[in-house]
Design a protein around this ligand. Sequence first.
Ligand SMILES: [Zn+2]
Length: 179
Amino acid sequence: MPQSVHTALIEVLGNAVLSAIGAMRIAPDRALRIFAEHGITQLEKTAWYPLESVLGAYRSIQKQIGPNTMRAVGRNIPKNAEFPPGLSTVEQALRSLDTAYRMNHRGAGNIGGYHFESTGARRARMTCDNPYPCPMDEGLVEAVAERFKPQDAFFIRVQHETELCRERGDAACVYNVSW
Ligand SMILES: [Zn+2]
């Protein structure tokens, strides 16, 4: 986990965790068992859970099952999420990620976030310094761009800058998105 992020007093909304579990291509009871090992035995949509326990469970799942599962979890988030009305472009949608992230977390501390920067026509740079797994954010950024891409865009390209990665203990991952 990045050193600058302090998660001890932060909680995450159950709904966000439930939709993540729904996206795991593993038996739900296996995922639920891993969450139980991290102290979360009952998940309810409107309840709040310690972020550190949730992150511990995600790390176990990533280790036991692999980064592709985490990427699938990230890709699934925009399918269930409600976006604010009026969002119509990739830029707006990527910008809204940080707000959505803050709505699903509460408590005192620095939770990092999702930082949008336009780098040209149909290009953007997303800097993620939140404590979630890198593959999850990669899937999330890709799926958000995919959902809001203009009709004439054939594909979304997400390229992880190689210098930094949270999986290696750095504070952030930087994704270049083009469409
Ligand atoms: Zn990374």
